[in-house]
Design a protein around this ligand. Structure first.
Ligand SMILES: [Zn+2]
Length: 246
């Protein structure tokens, strides 16, 4: 890390000197307190004479902050700041729009099996829209349009979380939600980035690194079609009468 590097901050931090860190497992560092100021030591930032403490040790929304070096990941200079901001806005705004819209529409049309059809439609639409974004020649326009596939992909949150509750008896709802979250995190968030990385590296050998990553993202975004098929397969089950819901 050098002065002037473009970076993004992270909540994760590590000391870099303990046995676990030196073994390369910095994510398991038991010594993260060593990266923070000592107890009783005042914050190093102040405003109008008042001490300012960074929220969660990052203060991600502040214009100035002090963080430990281990919390910073270098961003390539090839990604200029405006595009970086566009990426953040596209993901955040698209996710907010899709989540709220999916929840609202599901509640409004709950008697028409909206809990299944909204996730099916969102998952089917997400794939071609992601492909359009990833193949768009201009980065600026692509990042604005990114709101569309991200919103489509986020439509399922409200209806699916509601359906998990609705399809289970009250005595087993917490367990059902726990199983659902385990699968979502272990297979989705766990395997997704790994598969994209492996596919990207494999494709890079013939297409080059940038095109390899582009096509890995396009191919893996097709997994949303598999999600759509799974939601569709669940349509019979979701229309069963449910006394506990009424
Ligand atoms: Zn450590």
């Amino acid at each position: 890390m050098a002065v002037g590097d473009h970076v993004v901050g992270s909540l994760l931090r590590f000391c870099g000197t303990c046995a676990v860190c030196r073994d390369g497992r910095t994510y398991q560092c038991p010594n993260t307190d060593a990266t923070q100021r000592n107890a009783g030591e005042p914050p190093r930032l102040s405003r109008d004479g008042q001490p300012v403490t960074p929220v969660f040790g990052t203060a991600a929304f502040a214009e100035y902050t002090i963080v430990h070096e281990s919390q910073l990941a270098r961003v390539p200079e090839a990604l200029p700041f405006p595009q970086g901001v566009g990426l953040g806005c596209g993901l955040g705004l698209g996710g907010a729009i899709g989540s709220l819209l999916g929840g609202q529409l599901s509640d409004r049309w709950s008697n028409r099996n909206a809990f299944i059809w909204i996730p099916v439609i969102g998952s089917v639409l997400a794939f071609p829209f992601y492909a359009i974004v990833l193949l768009w020649p201009s980065a600026g326009a692509a990042l604005i349009f990114l709101i569309v596939p991200v919103a489509a992909k986020s439509l399922w949150y409200g209806p699916v979380y509601a359906a998990v509750q609705r399809l289970n008896q009250p005595r087993s709802r917490a367990t059902a939600l726990a199983i659902f979250l385990f699968i979502l995190n272990a297979f989705g968030l766990g395997a997704g980035p790994l598969l994209i990385g492996l596919l990207s590296d494999a494709l890079a050998r013939t297409l080059g690194s940038a095109e390899g990553l582009r096509w890995a993202l396009i191919i893996l975004s097709g997994v949303s079609l598999l999600s759509a098929a799974c939601f569709y397969a669940a349509r019979e089950r979701s229309s069963e009468p449910d006394e506990t819901f009424r």
